[in-house]
Design a protein around this ligand. Structure first.
Ligand SMILES: C[S@@+](CC[C@H](N)C(=O)[O-])C[C@H]1O[C@@H](n2cnc3c(N)ncnc32)[C@H](O)[C@@H]1O
Length: 186
């Protein structure tokens, strides 16, 4: 029987191994940006971005492909009735992103570009990594930010894709923040 081969495990917060989410919330805090609509690819079971960003008056759409992480989200919004107003999580394979169903965003985090492009799922994909970065760049408002994670084991994929997308979609690179590259849309 055909089925999607998705990430099975919950990913706990481990700042030594994967600091991108912590670096992002630090970046957000120091940026002074308020009321941001944030697309966040890869919630982890810790939901660090969703749990921290709403306190700064932001709204987050997190993406997970792990049932355990999705269950952790359900428990979090049931246990904290305010949270669900600001933090939404979508369970999906990122390569099945349907841009027609997405709103515009002020910040797009694509920290895990290239990490989960698995052969077995390709027949069911609607986009590849270039399509993901390009499609999300088009979802950014003017002045919005796209962030990439230089510590990803697949960072070479993002590094290859970004120059063309940046020139075609008007993304200008800003100073790096810790492990993150930051691009601002004109
Ligand atoms: C290595 S974890 C990192 C989580 C978090 N960003 C962090 O740094 O702690 C990768 C994340 O990507 C998500 N993920 C894995 N495969 C995915 C896929 N095909 N589509 C969307 N998300 C996926 C997992 O559910 C997990 O949240």
């Amino acid at each position: 029987m055909a089925e999607l081969d998705l990430w099975k495990d919950p990913w706990p917060l481990d700042e030594k191994q994967c600091p991108c989410d912590v670096h992002f919330t630090r970046y957000l805090a120091q940026s002074g940006r308020k009321g941001q609509r944030i697309f966040h690819f890869g919630t982890g079971s810790h939901h660090h971005v969703g749990l921290n960003a709403p306190s700064g008056d932001h709204a987050v759409l997190g993406i997970t492909a792990s049932e355990a992480e999705y269950s952790a989200y359900i428990a979090a919004i049931v246990g904290n009735p305010h949270l669900g107003r600001y933090y939404k999580v979508q369970f999906q394979d990122i390569y099945q992103t349907n841009f027609a169903l997405l709103p515009e965003f002020d910040i797009v985090n694509l920290f895990h570009v290239g990490e989960f492009r698995w052969e077995k799922n390709i027949p069911y994909s609607s986009i590849d990594d270039h399509g993901l970065v390009d499609g999300m760049a088009q979802k950014l408002v003017s002045g919005g930010l796209m962030l990439l994670y230089t510590g990803s084991f697949a960072y070479d994929v993002a590094e290859r894709i970004i120059p063309k997308v940046a020139s075609e979609r008007g993304l200008i690179e800003e100073p790096r923040f810790e492990t993150l590259r930051v691009f601002r849309k004109l």
